[in-house]
Design a protein around this ligand. Structure first.
Ligand SMILES: Cc1cc2nc3c(=O)[nH]c(=O)nc-3n(C[C@H](O)[C@H](O)[C@H](O)COP(=O)(O)OP(=O)(O)OC[C@H]3O[C@@H](n4cnc5c(N)ncnc54)[C@H](O)[C@@H]3O)c2cc1C
Length: 472
């Protein structure tokens, strides 16, 4: 039987000190809450939230939990859009926010930091020295490096520029579910070939260990210049981007798109007089500003030749801000319209299927008799990385049960679309909501391998219990 809350608090205080163990109900709600559209309930709350200050304290917390078989959910900033931080079995929520050590080693060309440091902080510090972080998530202000590395996301960036974190992380320090601490990887910019345990933990979504420290390579910050192009339909943007690769244009860092419906609300909100239809934004790179500008001009020309009504380089800072505002706030437009929103999905078709997938997603709610047919859908995403996000918004007035049902229906739809178009979850991770997709796409033998690795490292299933099982 699991020990009670009082006993947990007493033991945890001995490890991390009184100030860093919290049972306050609001704090527990904060750490259980996610962007799921319905409120958390009592049964969703962790018994206690703990904030260890270093790897040794994390190890002692995990050792204690393992001994007492108490579930531990690791929490970076809780922005996971597949709800990995929602406790499925109460227990302890382990926050990484005090793992905030940060150091740049310019001679070595890497930085090292605690898992709780935010993406925005690292980006800011690197940029001051003329470098860039090869991760750029929309949630950069809150999201932690530990969270991004645990789901192995590079965010908006095209995968083929710097790669995913697994290509750039040189080392992680891990607290195993048994409380042992291991170091992995290299201090050299040359990574190990063959077995490198670092790769087991990057992208493991917290089920195999708690990442406490990360060493990661950085790159010279390129100069960038953006271009914007307006198309009659989002589907045409799909054709243009599929073609862009074959034209062997200078690679872009980021390529984004916003569909017709999103643009309409966004333009209204900013008072913009852009051509009706859908919008694409590209971020061209260069070692010098002039190179980036030339590349951006080439991109604007190409997009026009590929069907854009109008395209231009975004040299005016104000217009640039507004254009990015339309894109960055695409998730909010449903809410602005008084809808409860949001639940977003991601479909990543191979390039030749981009236009067809965009067409289907752009009309996804039409002619349906189910709950999805009653939602408002907004389409946008990182089209350069073949990543299509569709946000479904629904009214505040819907009951909790109805919202739960639509959430299930929407995830099921995401699964079916990614199976149909041969996609994957390229952002956010796979656990817990994509487990049915993973099993269908890769089969029971593949899923069984992950379960065996989990069983080997975490025999009492304490870390992020329920996520690999696909529990809500
Ligand atoms: C507005 C918004 C925009 C977003 N934009 C993007 C985007 O562009 N691209 C993208 O991929 N995602 C995006 N996301 C999703 C999410 O923000 C990212 O996946 C982010 O990297 C998660 O970081 P986090 O610190 O919030 O992690 P959390 O949500 O706290 O955790 C994510 C998962 O990792 C585990 N975890 C966290 N830290 C550790 C650790 N130290 N050790 C072991 N396991 C750990 C957690 O248990 C959980 O399973 C967005 C979310 C929002 C709300």
């Amino acid at each position: 039987m699991i020990v009670g809350q009082e006993e947990m608090v007493r033991s945890l205080r001995e490890i991390v000190g009184e100030d860093h163990v919290n049972t306050d109900v609001f704090e527990r709600i904060n750490y259980a809450d996610t962007s799921l559209p319905y409120d958390v309930e009592e049964e969703d709350l962790p018994d206690v939230v703990v904030h260890p200050g270093n790897a040794h304290e994390v190890a002692e917390v995990v050792k204690y939990a393992n001994r007492e078989k108490i579930p531990v959910t690791t929490y970076g900033s809780g922005t996971s859009l597949i709800f990995g931080t929602k406790p499925k079995h109460r227990g302890i929520t382990l926050s990484t926010k005090r793992l905030n050590f940060f150091q740049i080693e310019e001679d070595f060309q890497w930085f090292e930091c605690g898992a709780g440091v935010t993406i925005a902080h690292i980006t800011g510090e690197l940029e001051k020295r003329g470098y860039c972080l090869p991760i750029n998530v929309g949630s950069r202000l809150q999201a932690t490096i530990g969270g991004a590395v645990s789901v192995n996301t590079c965010g908006h960036l095209m995968d083929y520029i710097y790669g995913k974190p697994v290509s750039n992380v040189l080392s992680v320090e891990i607290v195993l579910p048994t409380g042992e601490i291991i170091q992995t990887g290299s201090k050299s910019i040359r990574r190990a070939t063959g077995w490198d345990l670092m790769r087991l933990f990057v992208g493991a979504e917290g089920i195999l260990g708690v990442i406490t420290r990360i060493r990661m390579a950085f790159y010279p910050k390129p100069e960038t210049v953006d271009a914007v192009a307006f198309f009659k339909t989002a589907e045409e943007i799909g054709y243009a981007f599929a073609l862009m690769f074959k034209k062997k244009l200078p690679p872009i860092l980021d390529g984004e798109f916003v569909s017709e419906k999103c643009c309409k609300v966004g333009y209204e909100a900013y008072g913009l007089n852009f051509p009706e239809g859908a919008m694409a934004i590209t971020q061209s790179m260069g070692r010098a500003k002039e190179d980036a500008l030339n590349n951006a001009k080439q991109m604007a020309d190409f997009l026009r030749s590929a069907g854009a009504i109008e395209s231009f380089v975004l040299e005016d800072a104000k217009i640039r801000g507004q254009v990015w505002g339309v894109r960055e706030n695409a998730m909010r437009w449903g809410k602005e319209k008084g809808l409860k929103g949001y639940l977003a999905i991601e479909v990543n078709p191979p390039l030749p299927f981009l236009p067809q997938a965009i067409r289907e997603l752009n009309h996804i709610t039409e002619g349906r008799n189910d709950l999805i047919g009653e939602t408002e859908a907004y389409l946008y995403g990182h089209i350069g990385a073949s990543s299509l996000h569709c946000l479904f918004a629904f009214p505040y007035a819907w009951s909790r049960e109805k919202m739960k049902q639509v959430v299930r229906d929407i995830w099921n739809l995401e699964k079916d679309l990614n199976i149909k178009y041969d996609g994957v979850g390229g952002d956010w991770g796979q656990l817990p909501y994509r487990v049915p997709f993973y099993r269908e796409k890769y089969g029971e033998t593949s899923y069984g391998i992950i379960k065996k690795v989990k069983q080997l490292l975490d025999p009492n299933n304490i870390l992020n219990r329920g996520n690999l099982e696909g529990e809500e």
